[in-house]
Design a protein around this ligand. Structure first.
Ligand code: ADP
Ligand code: ZN
Ligand code: MG
Length: 501
């Protein structure tokens, strides 16, 4: 049994049979593509520009303005679909999805419906030490709505704000939707799935997937069923989430709620829920709409999208190395363990940093330890992205080499690393300035060893009486006396000699 198919709740006391439930999760992820222009017009796609400066009759839905498909957007969408092992269909159709919303002046969104760009793929992702596979239902193209800005009053809540403003710059940005099958077995797996899917999209260079700017958003669908059952229960939908942490929290709250309802003999309503991170609870927003509510019909202003299979195979051949393949390569090329390869190889920027450190002459193993340890800790503490820390790959490589050639001890090297951040200086300069070089001078160390032997008569006695492990203590004392700068191997040798061992 898959260990992530743990029931969310197990109840039953004193040996009574447990009623065990398993959650089933399906995800829909929206990604704004970083194309230069919009999905159906030539307006520039921008971030942070003056509101309503990138609009035209097409994206403002003036009568008679005709949409034209952006080829770059199709290419980006197809590349995502291929990376998800989907079949890109030689012919797909755009539909109108009709609804009223103030951020869509056409009162419909051009989207894809029953003949989408790509279908039937799969995505493999890691949860803990385990590789899971999720089937991908489809990848389709659409256009993003404009952006609503709620202001005045309690602007944090739509219902509490006094008024709303609309910025049409975002309206018409190419958007794709990736829909998974309900194959995801736990809230933790859902979070991993999305994070690794995001890494994949970033790797392809088709979107930066910037979370703060809302470049990616997702809906989570979740139901529960008796463990081992193959039927799906009725689901609820958690809409428009954009934080991995809230996603997991929302699912952690919603799953036990459903179990409780079902155990009390109730039924789950197919509804859209809102998760409130402050209270940690889910509350109904509306009953779930169904496809027929949208009155889908083929977009009469666009011909079917016909894709030459040769073009698709060209795209497939030009794909970059994807994270899963890179993780495999890191284990074989650098001899890394799988957990280490996953940390270093899953995301583009960190992987590139690590490989640069190695390419600059650092050993693969110590470079891995430094990158996963000191460097990642620095990025987290400073809130920086890989490659943008205050220690460059070049400086880290030089530090690793200083340790390898015995110029600095490992413990002094950690000190040098910290000072590289504070002083933004070369490791060699820091070693020289602060006298952090490793002491490999025999005469100097002999003096320190002699002092430690003289000051620790009791331990010396024990060692001579056969208690070998006391040597470690004495080595530690010499290291302490030299501020961690002594060459530990040399100290070992000199101590044994001094103790007559
Ligand atoms: P809609 O377009 O109404 O959101 P879809 O059929 O496209 O509906 O499904 C949306 C998502 O819900 C998909 O990711 C799918 O995997 C997931 N899903 C469908 N049924 C269930 C279920 N019973 N439990 C959990 N997830 C489900
Ligand atoms: Zn436009
Ligand atoms: Mg949905």
């Amino acid at each position: 049994m898959n260990s992530h198919r743990r029931p969310a709740i197990e109840r039953g006391a004193e040996g009574a049979p447990l009623s065990a439930w398993e959650p089933v999760i399906g995800l829909e992820m929206h990604v704004e593509l970083d194309t230069r222009t919009k999905m159906f017009c030539a307006c520039e796609v921008t971030k942070g520009d003056e509101p309503n400066t990138h609009t035209c009759p097409k994206c403002l839905a003036h009568p008679g303005a005709l949409p034209v498909v952006n080829q770059r957007a199709v290419e980006y969408a197809a590349r995502i679909a291929l990376a998800l092992n989907c079949g890109v269909r030689p012919r797909s159709i755009f539909h109108r999805k009709n609804y009223f919303y103030p951020d869509l002046p056409k009162a419909y969104q051009i989207s894809q419906y029953d003949e989408p760009l790509a279908v039937d793929g799969w995505f493999e992702y890691w949860v803990g030490g385990e590789k899971l596979r999720c089937r991908i239902n489809r990848v389709h193209m659409e256009e993003d709505a404009a952006k609503l800005v709620h202001a005045g009053g309690d602007a944090g809540r739509i219902a509490g704000s006094d008024y709303s403003m609309v910025d049409f710059n975002r309206g018409g940005t190419p958007l794709i939707e990736i829909v998974s099958e309900p194959d995801i077995p736990s809230p933790e797996a859902a979070r991993e799935f999305l994070q690794q899917l995001r890494n994949l999209v970033i790797e392809l260079g088709v979107s930066e997937c910037n979370m703060e700017e809302g470049q990616i958003r997702w809906d989570a669908n979740v139901s529960v069923r008796p463990e081992g059952s193959s039927e799906l229960g009725t689901r609820t939908e958690l809409k428009n989430m954009n934080s991995f942490r809230y996603l997991q929290q929302a699912l952690d709250a919603e799953i036990p709620r459903q179990i409780e309802v079902l155990e009390a003999g109730g039924t789950i309503d197919l509804e859209t829920l809102h998760f409130d991170p402050d209270t940690g609870t889910t509350t109904p927003l509306r009953s779930k709409e169904e496809a027929h509510d949208y009155r889908y019909f083929p977009e009469p202003d666009l011909v079917p999208l016909v894709i030459d299979p040769d073009w698709t195979s060209g795209l497939r051949q030009a794909q970059p190395e994807l994270p899963a393949a890179r993780v495999e390569r890191f284990t074989s090329q650098y001899g890394l363990s799988r957990p280490d390869a996953l940390v270093l190889g899953s995301a583009h920027a960190l992987a590139a940093f690590y490989e640069e450190v190695v390419a600059l002459g650092a050993g693969a193993k110590p470079a891995a330890n430094w990158t996963m340890g000191e460097y990642l800790a620095h990025l987290n503490a400073a809130g920086l992205e890989a490659g943008h820390g205050h220690v460059t790959a070049e400086r880290l490589a030089r530090l690793v080499k200083l340790v390898a050639d015995g110029t600095v001890s490992t413990s002094s090297a950690k000190d040098v690393f910290t000072r590289m951040i504070a002083e933004r200086a070369e490791p060699e300069a820091i070693v020289a300035k602060h006298g952090l070089g490793q002491i490999s001078d025999t005469a100097e160390l002999e003096a320190a060893v002699a002092r430690v032997v003289a000051d620790n008569a009791a331990q010396v006695e024990q060692y001579r009486g056969g208690k070998q492990q006391v040597l470690g203590f004495l080595v530690g004392q010499v290291m302490k006396a030299t501020g961690g700068r002594a060459n530990p191997q040399l100290v070992n040798e000199l101590l044994r000699k001094a103790l007559g061992g």
